[in-house]
Design a protein around this ligand. Sequence first.
Ligand code: URP
Ligand code: ZN
Ligand code: ZN
Length: 466
Amino acid sequence: MALLIKGGRVITASDDRVADVYCEGETITRVEPSIEVRSLPEDGAGVEVIDATGKFVFPGFIDPHVHIHLPFMGTHAKDDYESASRAALVGGTTTLIEMVCPGPKDEPSAAFDEWRSKAEGRAAVDYSFHMAAVRFDEPARRQLREIVRAGVASFKVFLAYKGALNLNDADLFDLMAMAKELGVIVTAHCENADAVAAMQDRLIAAGKTGPEWHEPSRPTIVEAEGVRRITTFAQLTGAHVYTVHTSCEEAVRQAVEARLRGVSVWVEAVVPHLTLDRSFAERPDFEGAKYVMSPPLREKRHQDFLWNAVRGRDIAAIGTDHAPFDFRGQKEMGRGDFTKIPNGVPSLQERIALVYTHGVAAGRIDLHTFVDACSTQAARIFGMYPKKGTIAVGGDADLVVWDPSWRGVLSQRTSLSRVDYCAFEGWPVQGRATVVTVRGEVQARNGEFIGTIGRGRFIAREPTHF
Ligand code: URP
Ligand code: ZN
Ligand code: ZN
């Protein structure tokens, strides 16, 4: 089946032009000022024509930081690949990268197989993985090498979550040396696990047990220290690093300073930190638990800093850190002890509408920066470009037709994620994806999933640097 998207304003990270986009099979084969249906093979019989007049045509958006299968803090995240695919696609995300997060005693290969088996046959979105290294003994080293050979060109490390996911400094250093040798980038959750654990103990002992104490238990300096440490190790080993869900000015400044020292570091921000602040976690009646994530929501001043850093490209990519835990029964596990609230604020479906509304429509970033941060950079940094992340002949026909005049509100009622709340309930948004294609097939239209479960494909990635 061929697809012709006519008359839209085609926006990439660097171009802006009115053009027609023609896709044959899974691939974009022509991008031209005007393509007449009659000029197509068999006079265009069988070609699906989509009128994009007055709309934008963006490359399919890529979410580089998603949790779907996630055993974490004594429970399991709510989504599976079916619900996550629906949510992603309706929102305009056509490719996601999920974190494989095994426990400290698990075999990496077994974990990788487990995560892959959850996606195969159930994904409608294209997907890849970051492989978390939560131990680094000899079997783990060997298995991580095999996983890279299987097409996973990025590791994940946690400097946080003491006793659960964090890697000690000696192992971290060795892992980064191996990552450099393999040409694999290291994505990193940067918070000092020991400092957080000590601060949590102090607060709980003082009777400070509500969700509003989550942020004080891991202040900005704790995150800045993590970024300082990972970039120092990157400088020493030559590894490339990517700081995930970077939440505050102090942490971004550490990364920028490291880049000025020659370190290959990229910074990710996530939607909750760009749009929510710590007052949400201070909401009464335990409502604040919905907004407990790590690093925590910060004081409002950090939002402006983060947006300016996106505009100035000091922040390369915007993801979600989608980590869906119900309020009822899951977040509630932390009533009386905030350290037991499963961490996470879901936003897989809402990401693009929120970045468009609070970024582009609010005048904080232009359309090119929007596309770059929400698609192109993730493709480049993680080895999927130019198959994904742009609109060009030869690329995958992952496209989003976007109606900038649409107005609506976000709500749990229209959420396709399985979680029982929407962190942005009632928030107005501007613009929505009216047509979303993955490799040439329409998967979502006007807020509805109309695609095929199981069509999503694992994107094997090659190492990006040596
Ligand atoms: O709060 C968060 N971020 N939950 C998911 C796990 C992680 O740290 O990314
Ligand atoms: Zn994290
Ligand atoms: Zn995460």
